[in-house]
Design a protein around this ligand. Structure first.
Ligand code: DHB
Ligand code: FE
Length: 284
């Protein structure tokens, strides 16, 4: 049977990926951030997940105002890095896991989560920056060390789903994986955040106290975190801070009791607070 062994929460700031791609990781702006992921890079080398279900948001690249799906699952054989304006990143294509993706789609739709199935999907920094942060630099002729099932969430155009809805979808994904009849080590990653606002009168907003509180409660008090309202995300964590609802899909997919293995928080990266957490599904 497939089993979810761990969850990872991480920001997906594109400039961190850019620093990795251009060998700037030892520069003063980036070194503390890269160092904050050192534990996780070593940990995941030992864990060797077969599949990562990677929850992220597209930033107006694969989806725009012409099509705004709330939840999407990528069921293709592979996914190309998207061109976000400067040409695609020179990194490997992402290899999917269609059998498990279709199984999850069937199972969560049976559970009344009407997710959209995408067989073709270019993946932007929301998905590819975390891969670089967790697995390190890869060139276009390398490969990523595991299969990836993209799960895209609309956090760009209102109305977005609620944190509670994301948490419940995570639980449905957890049930789906547990019922999949292949022996796979599966991780779920939630990406985005932490507090940031990239435009408008409050551009540059960072709320360290609120972020730290979110991180502190995620492992042991997920129900409380799931109750954070959309208004609170936007008011306290900025218009893009609502990306954090995607961490709740990760948390929902894990058991009630988890063990926090690693937590990291740093300000700033680009215009953003960076947060990262690693949760082990085996609590004891
Ligand atoms: C930036 C973009 C993001 O999508 C994000 O989540 C954080 C920061 C940026 O452009 O700096
Ligand atoms: Fe983002």
């Amino acid at each position: 049977m497939a089993r979810i062994t761990a969850g990872v929460g991480t920001s997906h700031v594109p400039l961190i990926a850019r620093a990795i791609d251009t060998d700037k990781t030892q520069e003063p702006a980036w070194k503390p951030i890269i160092d904050g992921y050192e534990f996780s890079r070593k940990w995941i080398e030992r864990e060797k997940p077969d599949v990562v279900i990677l929850v992220y948001n597209d930033h107006g690249v694969a989806f725009d105002m012409s099509l705004i799906p709330t939840f999407v699952i990528g069921a293709g054989e592979s996914f190309k890095p998207a061109d976000e304006g400067y040409g695609p990143r020179q990194i490997p294509d992402v290899i999917g896991c269609p059998d498990l993706a279709w199984h999850i789609a069937q199972s969560v739709i049976e559970d009344d989560f009407d997710i959209t199935i995408a067989n073709e999907l270019d993946v932007d920094h929301g998905l590819t920056a975390p891969l670089s942060m967790m697995f390190g630099k890869r060139g276009v002729n390398d490969s990523w060390p595991c299969m990836v099932i993209p799960v895209a969430v609309n956090v760009i155009v209102y109305p977005t789903p609620s944190g509670r809805r994301c948490y419940e979808l995570g639980k449905a994904i957890g049930r789906a994986v547990a019922a999949f009849d292949q022996d796979l080590n599966v991780q779920v990653w939630g990406t985005g955040g932490m507090s940031h606002q990239l435009q408008g009168a409050r551009a540059g907003l960072i709320n360290q106290e609120w972020d730290q509180n979110f991180l502190a409660r995620l492992a042991d008090n997920p129900e409380e975190v799931a109750d954070i309202s959309r208004l609170e995300y936007v008011t306290e964590a900025g218009s893009e801070g609502i990306e954090l609802i995607m961490w709740l899909i990760m948390r929902g997919a894990l058991p009630q009791r988890v063990k926090e293995l690693h937590r990291f928080y740093h300000v700033p990266a680009s215009n953003t607070a960076v947060g990262h957490i690693v949760l082990d599904a085996k609590a004891d």
